[in-house]
Write a protein that binds this ligand. Structure first.
Ligand SMILES: [Zn+2]
Length: 300
C-alpha cells in the first residue's frame, strides 16, 4: 500500500492525517503531537518524525508505506517553504529565521515534501471537499481566526504567489472608515499596516480594537467579563471563528451573506460554505497537495 501524509505544523501542536490513492482519509478526527517549536528546528523536526510514526500506528499502516509528505505551517514563508528571515510569532527560536523547513523535513524524513502556508492548505481542502480533485473550478476562501488568512484556488490549483503571499487577503487594505463607520478607531495590524482586513476582522481585532472601543459605549456588557477571547475551548481549538459555537457560527455566516453585494446579479448567486473538518483542514489540504505531487511523479 502506498499512502501520503499531511502534516499541519502549528505553534504548539502538529496535526496529522493520512490519505490513500483513492482519496480516502485513514485517520478520523484529530491526531496530534506536541510541536515544541520554541526549542528550534532540530527538536521540532524530531517531533514531526516521532508523531508521524504514531499517526501511522493509529491508522494501522506501516511507516514505510508513506511515500510523500505534505507540510503546511503558518507564515510568513516563501512559496517553497523558507520561513521569513524576520521571524514569526509561531517560530520564536533564532534558528527558525530563514530556515528552509520544507527541505529540512524532506531530509529528516527521507521523502519528498510539498509545502503550503496553512491558510492555503485550508483553502485547498475546502475547495477539494466541495468540488473534488479533478475540477477546474475557482474558489476564494477566507480563514478567520487569531489572524485572517485566505486562499485562492484558480482552476483547481493553489495560487501561491512568487513570494508566498498568494491569497493573503488579511493584509489587503480596506476602506474601513466608510464600511465600518466606526469613528475614532485606529485598527493596527501586526504586519504594520493600519486598516487592513485582519486589523478589523479577526479574533485579534475583536480583542485589541473592537472590544475596547465598544465596551466604552456599553459599560457592563457581558463581553467585558470575557478576560481571554482566545480561550482554547471557545475559539482556537477547532479552528476559529466559525467553530466558536454553532449559534455564533450561524450568525457570522448569516451576517456575511447579508453583507454580500446584491446589486449585481452575478454576485447574488455565489454560495457561501463553512470550512468542512475545520480542525483538520490544514493537514488534509497539505495531504491533497502531496497526493497531487505523488501522482505527477509516479510515486503513487
Ligand atoms: Zn496586516
Amino acid at each position: 500500500m502506498r499512502i501520503v501524509a499531511g502534516v499541519d505544523l502549528g505553534g504548539t501542536a502538529i496535526n496529522y492525517t493520512l490519505v490513500n490513492k483513492d482519496e480516502q482519509f485513514l485517520i478520523e478526527g484529530l491526531c496530534e503531537h506536541p510541536a515544541l517549536t520554541k526549542q528550534g528546528p532540530d527538536v521540532c523536526l524530531q517531533q514531526i518524525e516521532d508523531g508521524l510514526a504514531i499517526a501511522a500506528k493509529q491508522a494501522g499502516v506501516e511507516l514505510e508505506d508513506i511515500v510523500t509528505v505534505g507540510l503546511d505551517t503558518p507564515g510568513p514563508a516563501s512559496s517553497a517553504g523558507v520561513l521569513s528571515a524576520r521571524g514569526s510569532t509561531n517560530f520564536m527560536h533564532e534558528e527558525w529565521k530563514g530556515f528552509d523547513i520544507r527541505a529540512g523535513m524532506a531530509y529528516k524524513l527521507g521523502r519528498p515534501v510539498t509545502y503550503l502556508n496553512d491558510a492555503n492548505a485550508g483553502a485547498l481542502w475546502g475547495h477539494f471537499s466541495i468540488f473534488g480533485a479533478n475540477s477546474k473550478a475557482t474558489s476564494i476562501s477566507i480563514v478567520i481566526g487569531t489572524g485572517t488568512g485566505g486562499g485562492v484556488i484558480l482552476e483547481g490549483n493553489v495560487l501561491k504567489g512568487r513570494v508566498g503571499f498568494g491569497g493573503e487577503l488579511g493584509h489587503a487594505l480596506v476602506p474601513y472608515q466608510t464600511i465600518a463607520r466606526i469613528e475614532g478607531i485606529v485598527p493596527q495590524c501586526n504586519c504594520g499596516r493600519v486598516g487592513d482586513l485582519e486589523s478589523l476582522a479577526s479574533l485579534t481585532a475583536i480583542e485589541r480594537t473592537l472590544l475596547p472601543y465598544f465596551l466604552k459605549k456599553y459599560p457592563g456588557h457581558k463581553l467585558g467579563k470575557e478576560s481571554d477571547l482566545h480561550h482554547p475551548d471557545a475559539f482556537i481549538v477547532g479552528g476559529g471563528v466559525l467553530e466558536a459555537s454553532a449559534e455564533f457560527g450561524k450568525w457570522f455566516l448569516d451576517e456575511i451573506k447579508k453583507g454580500m453585494p446584491t446589486q449585481r446579479e452575478e454576485q447574488a448567486g455565489i454560495p457561501i460554505y463553512s470550512m468542512p473538518n475545520g480542525d483538520t483542514a490544514g493537514a488534509r489540504g497539505a495531504a491533497i497537495e502531496a497526493l497531487t505531487m505523488a501522482r505527477q511523479t509516479g510515486l503513487i
